[in-house]
Design a protein around this ligand. Structure first.
Ligand code: AHR
Length: 327
């Protein structure tokens, strides 16, 4: 029997977009959206790991399936290039602009320009730090703080009954990105509530396997006793496994490792008992994005916040899921 533990934390539902008519509550007049063949300008963060590649594949496939002409640009992790790419979409007069921001800051000017050009904007995966929320019509992605909550909750429960504090190190994603901030906040909040987990150190691993490996090596040099690792994504967690094994440790036993994403590689890591727990963050944003793009194009009203469901995996549930995992 297939077992998959699903978690919904007050989410609005699985990627459902509301279609209707008129002006949204933030004042964006959807009827200003241009008419004609639909062109989507999409700016991606980069190709930093398994999750991102799956996210790009989902967007490209859904664009093709929905017959949307996709103008895809890869920012290569560079916030300046990403903003320049979004300017180029305005110059090209695309129907809708969507982007997964590398970092949260720096978006005001280009988004005001998009509004003047009457091009609706959709945020995917991550958020931006702009007070004027009417600058974007919709945002589609995961609940990052809840992912951090769930990662800490697993460790809290796993160490129930242990008297001494549990020494946890954290491997962070790129500074200034929404998941880096919110996963850390969620993890810290649940750890503070439980009182058992002590976050003793942290390092950035830049979302990559190599970055995670280097971060883990630095953490090992600085810290004598590490009971658990919270890696903010699978790639960094799998990199940490390599560094730990090179240092003669037994990842999955000492220390325990918890990650976020739910890629096939991480499910394999769970089955091999080198990872202990994985919180899923779905990269499959393509279809819900195209639904929103089509609704915007036809002047419909769209849901402002669209959040995905998530599952959690341990070695047993990973074994049930692995054959169906496509990324
Ligand atoms: O924004 C989502 C995060 O970005 C994923 O967890 C990570 O793998 C990616 O780089």
């Amino acid at each position: 029997m297939r077992r998959r533990s699903f978690v919904t934390l007050g989410a609005a539902g699985v990627y459902s977009a509301l279609a209707g008519c008129g002006r949204d509550k933030d004042g964006f007049n959807m009827r200003d959206a241009p008419k004609g063949p639909i062109t989507l300008g999409f700016s991606q963060v980069g190709a930093e790991g398994g999750w991102r590649k799956a996210n790009t594949a989902s967007i490209k496939k859904a664009a093709e399936r929905n017959r949307i002409d996709l103008n895809f640009k890869d920012a290569g992790g560079d916030p300046k290039k990403q903003i320049a790419d979004v300017h180029s979409f305005i110059d090209a007069k695309v129907s809708v602009i969507a982007f997964a921001p590398v970092v949260e800051t720096g978006w005001g000017e280009v988004l005001r320009r998009a509004r003047e050009a009457k091009i609706p904007v959709v945020l995917t995966d991550r958020l931006i730090d702009e007070k004027d929320t009417s600058l974007w019509a919709s945002s589609i992605g995961a609940e990052f703080a809840a992912e951090g909550n769930l990662a800490a909750l697993y460790l809290e429960n796993d160490y129930a009954g242990v008297k001494e504090p549990v020494n946890v190190v954290q491997i962070l994603g790129v500074a200034g990105a929404t998941p880096t901030k919110q996963r850390a906040e969620g993890f810290a909040a649940t750890a503070a509530k439980g009182g058992r987990l002590k976050i003793i150190d942290e390092e950035t691993g830049d979302w990559t396997k190599d970055g995670g490996k280097a971060a883990m090596a630095r953490l090992l040099r600085r810290n004598k006793r590490i009971d658990a690792v919270f890696a903010q994504n699978d790639d960094m967690g799998l990199g940490a496994v390599i560094a730990l094994e090179a240092a003669g440790k037994k990842p999955g036993k000492e220390p325990k490792i918890v990650t976020v994403d739910g890629t096939k590689a991480a499910l394999e890591g769970l089955i091999q008992r080198k990872l202990n727990y994985v919180v899923e963050c779905s990269p499959e944003i393509g279809e819900p994005l195209m639904t929103v793009v089509v609704d915007l194009f036809h002047g419909g009203r769209v849901q402002k916040n669209i959040r995905s469901e998530k599952a959690v995996f341990d070695p047993e549930t990973a074994a049930d899921e692995i054959d169906d995992r496509t990324y």
